[in-house]
Write a protein that binds this ligand. Structure first.
Ligand SMILES: C[S@@+](CC[C@H](N)C(=O)[O-])C[C@H]1O[C@@H](n2cnc3c(N)ncnc32)[C@H](O)[C@@H]1O
Length: 367
């Protein structure tokens, strides 16, 4: 007889539902996980537990919706190789910068040299986007920094610093950094700081701070990652991507109608001239949650899982972290010919900002 939904729920709530005190912000954003903000990532400690439970050191894990690279970074920490696929170019840049093995002396020399040059002006004239979203001085400083990044071997690290500074230097309110709709041009009452705040005028302070912060985070991770293990990043649509051979999958797919993964880093696409493939995102917020949009979402996840499955040996674990409040996944798994073995429920209680609120997410264990 098939197990009932409830029987599939394993009673490991305590093990996966950390309180704020068990797992403070500092731990959840440790080392390279905080090289750049990213909305919609899963917490590293959840990935760590799942890798330990379902994989062995030396194995190779695939994340077909790799996002900011949490699976890849934790795999390197736990002694596994990892491959991550993502359709969004900025996410791939971020993953590459987080997971590359650096010569520490070269990174240190280059980041310190770039730090000393923050404030040098030059570069191109600001685009319409920059003129709208940045104060004139802030835009000049960002463009000045952009004009020096190619002078360095680790220009990609500097591109991520530039993007992070650009995020902070936008003319927006402090409480609406995720998806600001209109530039904030005047002083405003700030709910976050409970006082009057002003839109940012300059970006040099962010460029300096994040250059040094990035250096410290890369250094910290270099000490923690296992020797000889590597991460591979593939920029593409995972439904059509040719993949290698893997020992299992660990992923958190996009949820329908929740987040636009290109749009959340719009400033980076504008400044870095990255390839925009948003029309290939599965479940983009822009597509909404109408019945046809949900059907297209399910088709997209099924196609991704079927493709990923071809790269696995028989019986390999497929772990999916999902907030499946529409109960789409039982059918998705069935259509992908995956057998749901267990469902672990996790209490998520510390979302911040406008998306605050309590909710649960499931870890689906399929084979
Ligand atoms: C929920 S996020 C993954 C976050 C990740 N677990 C982390 O911790 O950063 C889902 C990701 O799927 C990516 N994505 C959406 N459609 C895709 C597609 N067709 N092929 C590959 N990646 C896609 C999005 O760009 C997004 O980064």
């Amino acid at each position: 007889m098939a197990p009932t939904q409830d029987a599939l729920y394993a009673d490991i709530d305590l093990a996966l539902s950390w309180s704020e005190r068990d797992l403070p912000e500092r731990e959840r954003t440790k080392h390279v996980h905080r090289l750049h903000p990213y909305l919609g990532k899963f917490i590293p400690q959840l990935v760590e537990v799942l890798l330990e439970r379902y994989f062995r050191p030396g194995q190779h894990v695939l994340d077909p919706f790799a996002g900011s690279g949490t699976t890849l970074v934790q795999a390197l920490e736990s002694g596994l190789d990892a491959t991550g696929v993502d359709v969004a170019a900025f996410n791939c840049l971020l993953m590459q910068v987080k997971t590359r093995a650096y010569n520490p002396f070269v990174v240190e020399r280059e980041l310190r040299a770039a730090h000393a040059r923050v404030g040098e002006l030059g570069g191109d004239r600001p685009s319409a986007y920059l003129r709208r979203w940045y104060a004139p001085q802030a835009a000049r400083e960002l463009l000045g920094f952009r004009s020096i990044v190619d002078d360095y071997e680790h220009s990609d690290v500097l591109r991520v610093v530039l993007a992070r500074a650009a995020r902070s230097a936008r003319r927006t309110t402090h409480f609406d950094l995720d998806f600001p709709r209109e530039p904030q041009l005047e002083p405003y009452w700030c709910h976050k700081h409970r006082r009057e705040c002003r839109p940012v005028e300059t970006s040099a302070q962010f460029l300096r701070r994040y250059t040094l912060d990035t250096l410290a985070r890369l250094r910290e991770f270099a000490h923690l990652r296992a020797r000889g293990r590597t991460a591979t990043v593939i920029h593409g649509d995972v439904r059509e991507q040719e993949l290698g051979r893997f020992d299992g999958v660990l992923t958190s797919p996009p949820y329908p109608g929740l987040i636009d993964y290109h749009e959340q880093h719009r400033y980076a696409y504008e400044l870095l001239g990255l390839d925009d493939r948003r029309e290939r995102e599965v479940g983009a917020a822009a597509a909404g949650t109408s019945r046809p949009a949900l059907a297209a979402y399910s088709d997209g996840i099924v196609a991704a899982l079927v493709n990923a499955k071809h790269s696995l040996r028989r019986g390999a674990p497929v772990l999916i972290v999902a907030n499946d409040r529409r109960d789409l996944y039982p059918e998705i798994l069935e259509r992908a010919d995956l057998r749901l073995e267990e469902r672990l429920r996790r209490h998520v209680n510390r979302r911040t900002g406008r998306r605050a609120g309590e909710f649960f997410e499931d870890v689906l264990i399929a084979r």
